[in-house]
Design a binder for this molecule. Structure first.
Ligand code: HSE
Length: 404
């Protein structure tokens, strides 16, 4: 018998409670032992919820209850969630989380603590919502040397971009829809500014390369700078704009990781990833490219991954799972500015001025472009070189083009 406590009864926490209840018999059968939800911790009361009798407000009840062996942390953030996770692990309870902010910031520390106390710290739901990616990366692809991870890692921004591209919706209208569907973070700034995708690429890179990559080491640009004009120019050359998280390992073992909008060729499988779906491509030296695809956000897809971790922890009480990585450091990453790629540039400038600054370019056109605006695709160059070449030009947008 395993008894579970959920910390945080928000979108994901309530989804976990629902899945545990609805699929109870099926879960017990697969675990070969009952898995019972005993407490839900939240600062609020939920008098109308069927789970109202389980709601408590004091974490120490969970911490001190020897019956609780699995704690689900769906509070979010890296303060209270970190404190409660540390206390739960120290009390000998396995912790399962969907909290990418905490795993990205403190994963190494919490994994070490879990090891010290002989319990598991599992976080499958922290990246890609319901997509299985953490275990495949750590276990199924273990024979490979991973050289690159590239993916659409945020459902909210992919939803917004899809609605802008397909329906010509404004950014704000599309964001509102994403929030209504329960995809966005409590504060959608984390989605829109790319921080959520940054945390996820940190987790994937740490796992794939075995060293903790911290969010501060990953330059991050969100989608606020993407306009309907950029969407139209991208469409004119058969491309779609996607927010990508990338982590590239160079031959000297250093990691270049970043998050930024890219123009993706319409033929690339990433271009067909729409709405809330996420996709992650992993490049390994034996397997080549392998892609993971599915619902990257939302209550039940995320709860599906959390509950699978709960089941894993319940099945393996005496054999904790270590999906961990080593410590990070200042010298493990290099600036992604050195990554070479073609670029899309839109500027307040005659096309000829862009040509003379950037060398050979493809000039793009769109209906309704104001006089004085030009957009081009450049040849391959580093971010530093692009910046130097554009120093005298009034640039509206500059995004990398993902090479085919
Ligand atoms: N806000 C996140 C997203 C939720 O939109 O992808 C899933 O991590």
């Amino acid at each position: 018998m395993s008894k579970v406590a959920i910390l945080g009864f928000g979108v994901v926490g309530s989804g976990v409670a629902e899945v545990l209840k609805q699929n109870g018999p099926h879960i017990d059968e697969k675990v070969h032992s009952p898995v019972e939800l005993k407490y839900i911790l939240d600062v609020r009361d939920f008098p109308d919820s069927p789970f109202a009798p389980l709601i408590i407000h004091d974490f120490s009840i969970i911490e001190q209850d020897p019956e609780i062996d699995i704690v689900v942390e769906t509070i979010g953030g890296a303060k209270i969630a970190r404190e409660f996770t540390r206390r739960a692990l120290t009390a000998g309870k396995s912790v399962v989380t969907s909290n990418k902010e905490l795993v990205a910031a403190c994963g190494y520390e919490l994994m070490e603590l879990a090891r010290e106390h002989g319990v598991s710290y599992l976080y499958e739901a922290s990246v890609g919502g319901g997509i299985p990616i953490i275990r495949p990366l750590k276990q199924c692809l273990a024979a490979n040397e991973i050289t690159e991870i590239c993916g659409i890692l945020n459902g909210t921004t992919n939803y917004i971009l899809t609605r802008m591209i397909r329906a010509g919706l404004s950014f704000d209208a599309a964001l509102k829809e994403a929030q209504q569907n329960g995809y966005a973070e409590a504060d959608p700034t984390a989605d829109v500014e790319g921080h959520d995708a940054c945390r996820k690429i940190c987790i994937l890179a740490s796992l794939a390369f075995g060293i903790h990559i911290y969010p501060e080491q990953v330059p991050t640009q969100g989608i606020r700078g993407v306009s309907l004009a950029d969407v139209a120019y991208a469409d004119s050359c058969g491309r779609k704009i996607k927010l990508l998280g990338r982590a590239i390992r160079s031959t000297d073992g250093k990691i270049r990781a970043y998050v930024a909008p890219h123009l993706v060729n319409g033929e690339d499988p990433l271009a067909g990833v729409e709405d809330v779906f996420n996709a992650i491509t992993v490049r390994g030296n034996a397997i080549g490219d392998v892609m993971f695809y599915g619902r990257g956000a939302g209550k039940l897809p995320t709860a599906s991954a959390v509950v699978a971790d709960v089941m894993d922890a319940a099945r393996n009480k005496d054999r904790p799972k270590y999906l961990d990585w080593g410590p990070g450091g200042e010298n493990v990453t290099l600036s992604p500015e050195d990554v070479i790629s073609p670029w899309y540039v839109r500027a307040e400038s005659p096309a000829e001025a862009l040509r003379s600054a950037l060398g050979e370019v493809t000039v793009l056109a769109r209906a309704g472009a104001p006089a004085g605006e030009a957009a081009v695709l450049t040849g391959a160059m580093t971010g530093r070189e692009l910046e130097t070449r554009l120093s005298r030009i009034s640039v509206h947008a500059a995004f990398r083009v993902l090479e085919d």
